[in-house]
Design a protein around this ligand. Structure first.
Ligand code: SF4
Ligand code: SF4
Length: 148
């Protein structure tokens, strides 16, 4: 592991949203998701509900059952419906609906509710870390990873 890499323990996205909601303030966020390689899309469990699945089904013009099968999985340990994942060269795995080349969501208009809300607070811990590492590396496109 390069010396510039640090470890951040991934957290369950839905839990992070719930906690952050309590602290949310209506200020301009101190992060820019357009400049981020999509760290939060690599969280191990991004929980969705039936409304989210229905939105995806409408977006792709497929049935609810097809959307559920293609884009979600049941996590036994968490007893929750979550987004499926794909391999990612930076973070190991990432949401199936993430474009790993362009580093952006492919279903932005139809993304699940939790994706719309995250990180809720005016700061994003990963983005702070990313900016710090990019400054250190003097590389505006450096992808800071959190693997040990
Ligand atoms: S919320 Fe944070 S981690 Fe997620 S895309 Fe935006 S800047 Fe990146
Ligand atoms: S649906 Fe889009 S915003 Fe949500 S985790 Fe997947 S790629 Fe990220």
């Amino acid at each position: 592991m390069p010396a510039t890499q640090r470890r951040i323990i991934p957290i369950k996205l839905v839990t992070a949203v719930t906690a952050a909601k309590k602290k949310a303030k209506k200020k301009k966020p101190a992060y820019d998701c357009r400049k981020c390689p999509g760290y939060c899309c690599s969280y191990p469990l991004i929980e969705v509900n039936k409304r989210d699945v229905a939105r995806l089904a409408k977006h792709f013009e497929i049935t609810y059952e097809q959307a559920e099968k293609r884009y979600t999985r049941y996590d036994k340990s968490e007893k929750a419906i979550a987004l499926r994942r794909q391999k990612d060269k930076h973070f190991g795995h990432i949401c199936k609906m993430f474009d790993t080349k362009k580093r952006q969501c492919t279903v932005y208009e139809a993304r699940p509710g939790v994706c719309r809300e995250y990180p809720v607070a005016k700061t994003c811990g990963y983005y702070d870390f990313l900016e710090f590492e990019r400054d250190q590396q003097e590389d505006k496109k450096f992808v800071a990873t959190t693997n040990s």
